[in-house]
Write a protein that binds this ligand. Structure first.
Ligand code: NAI
Ligand code: MG
Length: 355
């Protein structure tokens, strides 16, 4: 029976509340489909930072390297600046392990009303591929003349040909495997060096994927279309910052940020990939027992898919769909009154009754 060694980083706030329910559902999936998980919990978090001055130990990346995959909740807590939690843990993991694809499904699940009027059931179903290693999130830059009236700040966007090409090739391949349409997010009218470079590479690659129909949108217009006509999209490829913003909008139009999942993929499988919900540690509701575990569960389904357990992944998604579509059990972010624990109970119950 295959066993997968998974590093689990629950993190902070609701991360610690939604990870265990997702693990229990994944264990149930393993029992049913003939595999198992060997979970190793790591307490790396803002609390760890408060104790040690670091988000993870100095050899943290070496520790992670030994695992098949990483399952993460969320990090971030009031008192620790957000750039510390991001740059001290998530960004080093994404970069060191060449997780250059950040795959984020934007799918309206059964039983959920989109906040958009007139979206029919099943009317939103696309994938955003966010470039996850370079782009606008760069360390190149600095600040000068602090505290004077000449004070300045510079931060450079950095695109490499290799980096843009690999994320686009992944996106073309993904589009070819589903609806055959790929949209690129650009802003080459205003950002006149990096974005034309992005566009050129997109156009160079397109002929190699003749079966994929391509389109390009400026990011501002694209954001509008996510609201006005989300049904038109199949796969959207975007730079690091554009993809980050688009996917929070994507999470909003599918009903709640509490449902949306995210996979940080190393497509070559030379290194572990990392699976996490889109949402953060939600300090405003942490400790109330009302966090929606579905984003974490869906991230778990993406991990199953990446591990090659396609049937198990599908069963988890079917279970989520049934719980949402056929029972009234849902957390307050989706208009319900259920607790995290009640949603977990319902997921496990429905999963056990699947044909
Ligand atoms: P957030 O996603 O934590 O919360 C935004 C809003 O959505 C809040 O009102 C929250 O209650 C609600 N929400 C989020 N997830 C939910 C869930 N599962 N169920 C029900 N409601 C949910 O984003 P925010 O407030 O901007 O950030 C809070 C902290 O999380 C910050 O420290 C931030 O840096 C960190 N963060 C970490 C991320 C990560 O670990 N990948 C991603 C985003 C934020
Ligand atoms: Mg974000």
């Amino acid at each position: 029976m295959p066993s997968h060694r998974i590093a689990v980083i629950p993190g902070d706030g609701i991360g610690t509340e939604v990870v265990p329910p997702a693990q229990r559902l994944l264990d149930a999936a393993g029992e049913r489909y003939g595999f198992s998980f060997e979970w190793t919990e790591l307490d790396w978090s803002c609390e760890y930072y408060a104790r040690t001055g670091r988000m993870m130990p100095a050899d943290g990346l070496e520790t992670l390297r030994e695992f098949d995959q990483i399952f993460l909740g969320a990090v971030g807590y009031p008192g620790v600046p957000d750039h510390v939690s991001l740059w001290g843990l998530l960004i080093p993991i994404r970069r060191t392990f060449r997780q250059y694809v950040n795959l984020r499904p934007v799918t309206l699940l059964p039983g959920i009303d989109s906040p958009l009027r007139d979206v029919p059931a099943g009317g939103i179903d696309f994938l955003v591929v966010r470039e996850n290693n370079e782009g606008e999130y760069s360390e190149v830059g600095g600040r000068l003349y602090r505290g004077t009236d000449q004070e300045l700040a510079v931060q450079e966007t950095l695109f490499t040909r290799a980096g843009v090409e690999r994320v686009m090739r992944y996106s073309f391949g993904l589009a070819a495997s589903r609806g055959g349409r790929l949209a690129s997010a650009t802003k080459s009218n205003g950002i006149i060096h990096t974005m034309p470079f992005w566009d050129e590479i997109f156009r160079e690659l397109a002929p190699e994927y003749a079966e994929v129909e391509t389109s390009e949108y400026h990011i501002d217009a694209l954001a509008g279309l996510f609201v006005l006509d989300p049904g038109r999209f199949d796969v959207v490829v975007a730079s690091n910052l554009f993809g980050d913003i688009l996917t929070d909008l994507g999470a909003a139009i599918i009903g709640s940020i509490g449902i949306a999942p995210s996979a940080n993929l190393n497509p070559e499988r030379d290194h572990p990939s990392m699976f996490e919900p889109v949402h953060g540690s939600a300090p405003d509701i942490a400790g109330t027992g009302r966090a929606n575990p579905l984003g974490q569960v869906w991230a778990g389904a993406m991990m199953l898919e990446h591990l090659g357990h396609t049937d198990a992944a599908r069963a988890v998604l079917t279970t989520m769909g049934k719980v949402l579509g056929e029972t009234g059990v849902r957390t307050p972010d989706l208009g319900g009154t259920a607790s995290t624990a009640e949603v977990e109970q319902e997921l496990l119950r429905v999963f056990a009754t699947l044909e």
